[in-house]
Write a new protein. Structure first.
Length: 94
């Protein structure tokens, strides 16, 4: 992938923050994010579901719910849509 677009997408993931911590309401996931770090040793999966005008997120295998503003999720989706493949390598001359 093209590094600049990947960096922007990762920044949007890092910018996500909870506006509330609802007790219930998580429905069918509409999006899932999986982040692998530490050389593949750490994998985090977050599921997002739509709830009214906002979204709820939860980490896989954890009960805590996080309410996210729709604008933050929209920005994340826009950034994902802007991801571009890396340019093809230029053949070397021999």
């Amino acid at each position: 992938m093209e590094p600049g677009t990947v960096s922007a997408f990762i920044d949007k993931i890092r910018d996500l923050s909870a506006s509330k911590f609802p007790e219930s309401g998580f429905a069918t996931p509409v999006m899932d994010l999986t982040v692998t770090s530490d050389g593949g040793r750490r994998v985090e999966k977050v599921l997002l579901s739509k709830n009214g005008d906002n979204y709820e997120a939860k980490r896989e295998n954890e009960p805590t719910l996080y309410e996210l503003n729709a604008s933050s999720v929209s920005e994340l989706q826009n950034s994902a849509a802007e991801l571009k493949p890396a340019p093809a390598p230029v053949p070397s001359k021999k």
